[in-house]
Design a protein around this ligand. Structure first.
Ligand code: PEP
Ligand code: MG
Length: 304
């Protein structure tokens, strides 16, 4: 029965009355399968940097990124620059003596110390983009301020590519309007945004209730970033685990989120959840969920 329901839907993500919400893939290294996805919302590049003594050459990076770009001709591929640190430590990029690596020199902050790593990666991305027909866009992890976003965007645009940043630090969510003014798009990383908003280590299963994607404080931040995106007329995606939750898909659509990026197996359920509601219903669900006092009540509000 479930399979029959899912098989009824195919093609681009949208509500039943045609409000589009792009369904994109989160990918890592290796051969990517485009399937019937609309593109890639998060291409994590850490796979190329982990477990090695020094950075991969520009030529090696160009080849590896090109393998993914080649699988999505004519479709958008958002490639994220190196997010080394904390749960993804890279010996030549991160210091090993930080007392609190999740709050340390990680993600885009590495460019303060090692600008050559970012420069080489952007060069490789631009070369690989030139080799293939994918619509390549570049996104920075762990941006905290509009100035960081502006600096990153300038470096990316120097290569003729579109620039975006992840919103995964509460400061960036709070100042989303000013950040959106500097970039072409943003994507909310709910995994880290939950971790930093609730001061709860994302690796600790014991704190799972705090890291719950239905927590009202997290949804408040998503709502205000989406609202800033609407005012700016720029795309606001979600690429954390929350984007794979079919129960949240209508909520995010109702809040004005423009794309959801997830692992391939999650796409059919999310597509069906969107296709079974009108946009007005999504707006109403979002409103009901935002009125909830806690995650349990929020879930209940979405199903009643
Ligand atoms: C996130 O933080 O939500 C995210 C998508 O990035 P990562 O899980 O790679 O930190
Ligand atoms: Mg993250």
């Amino acid at each position: 029965e479930r399979r029959e329901r899912l098989a009824r839907y195919s093609g681009p993500g949208s509500t039943s009355d045609g409000h589009p919400v792009a369904l994109l893939l989160n990918v890592g290294g290796g051969p990517a399968e485009a399937g019937d996805s609309e593109g890639v919302g998060l291409f994590r590049t850490e796979f190329l940097f982990l477990d090695r003594e020094q950075a991969p050459s520009v030529a090696e990076q160009r080849t590896a990124y090109g393998e993914v770009f080649a699988a999505f001709p004519g479709r958008p591929v958002v490639i994220r620059t190196l997010d080394a640190g904390a749960d993804k430590p890279v010996p030549f990029a991160n210091a090993d003596d930080e007392p609190n690596p999740a709050l340390g020199v990680r993600g885009q902050r590495i460019a303060r110390r090692h600008p050559e790593l970012l420069a080489a990666q952007l060069e490789a991305i631009a070369l690989a983009a030139g080799d293939h027909d994918a619509e390549v866009k570049v996104m920075a992890p762990m941006i905290a301020t509009p100035a960081e976003a502006a600096d990153f965007a300038a470096r990316v645009r120097a290569h003729g590519l579109a620039a975006g940043v992840m919103i995964e630090v509460p400061a960036a969510a709070i100042r989303a309007e000013a950040i959106l003014a500097e970039v072409d798009f943003v994507s909310i990383g709910t995994n880290d945004l939950a971790q930093y908003t609730f001061a709860a280590d994302r690796m600790l299963g014991e704190l799972g209730d705090l890291l719950d994607s239905w927590q009202p404080a997290l949804l408040d931040l998503v709502a205000s970033v989406a609202e800033a995106g609407r005012r700016a007329g720029k795309p606001v995606g979600i690429c954390g685990e929350a984007a794979a939750d079919p129960g949240l898909a209508p909520v995010f659509a109702g809040l004005g989120v423009t794309s959801l990026s997830m692992s391939a197996p999650a796409v059919p359920e999310v597509r069906a959840a969107l296709r079974e509601r009108t946009f007005d219903e999504c707006t109403a669900v979002a409103k009901a969920v935002r009125a909830a006092a806690d995650a349990t009540e929020a879930r209940r509000a979405a199903t009643s």
